[in-house]
Design a protein around this ligand. Sequence first.
Ligand SMILES: C[S@@+](CC[C@H](N)C(=O)[O-])C[C@H]1O[C@@H](n2cnc3c(N)ncnc32)[C@H](O)[C@@H]1O
Length: 337
Amino acid sequence: MKNNNKQLYLKKDNPNIDESKEFIINARKYLGNKTNFITLINQVIDENHLNFNSVMELCMGTGVLSYYFAENGKKVIANDLLPLNFILGKAFMSMKRHIDKKKIIELIEYCNKIQGRKGELTIRFGDKFTSKNVSSKADAIIKFLKDNKEINKYEKYYIVSSLILALEKASEIDSDYLGLERLEAQEPEKLILKPLKTLPNNNVQVVNGDAIKLVKEQKADLVIIDPPFDDSNYSDYMVYPEQVVELACPEIQKPSKSDFYNKEKVKKAFTELIENLDAKYLMFWYSNDGIVSKEHLKEVIKRKFGRVVIYDIIRKEGLHLVRNEPKTDFMILGVKK
Ligand SMILES: C[S@@+](CC[C@H](N)C(=O)[O-])C[C@H]1O[C@@H](n2cnc3c(N)ncnc32)[C@H](O)[C@@H]1O
């Protein structure tokens, strides 16, 4: 059968990542981080003459795409179910109004000198993801944030985000913590918090909810959906930073169960999600190894939007999604007729 799909060749975009002074959102270690897709997305926007002012990213993960579009003047709604992504998303993308940079620098300096103390992270994880020494420092920082009444909610989110990124560096994870075997470090691991390179504008509304609920309440010209494609839950992949957020920010509700991981429910969930969209354009990213078929997604998107273009993603060596397993991903573009 003739294949009419278009092809997108994924290369390393190599954005300017220099984290010597600040942590950068694009460098976040996260399975599915779309940093390297930004050039391809612009290619798709240009060749289809997409014209839009607002973007809603329903499963933002790191939020690199939301950050990119907001930086380029679009109004953005960025959502993810995981509290971890909400905290980091808020810290990187919607803090301009709330942060006193001088106070933040002082807090970071204090945290970088803190004495470790045995707490829940040290007890639960021991030497598993990083050294006990690093986990005990993280425990001490969490206690400091909780005890110090002069630190407001936004400052706390900022410091917790910096802590999570510092733990990523100390753990030397590839993209997630699942099955991570820590190698004996050559040198004592260090926990070094840094300021974040935050967005200079207020274009992003960061939300922590279920995509299915959000589409019934919000709309945007361009909607981006990059859901998980199998039944492995992201809260297992990110067990260590999720625990940090749970301990430091108990006021944030635990996430509800996502139907996107449930083999029996996911097909109906995606159908409901797409049918409820109020948008001119949709970019739906998925994998041929996913638990819903490309044909089903194509049919539902075509019914809703009228015109679809399917892009197969061809990965260059070293850019495979999961630990060097060559997966074929695709993106279905829906365009309202
Ligand atoms: C493939 S990752 C997205 C990666 C993202 N594109 C990036 O650039 O980092 C899938 C995300 O979907 C989120 N997710 C799973 N079920 C969800 C739901 N029902 N509503 C919102 N987000 C959900 C997960 O927490 C995970 O962060």
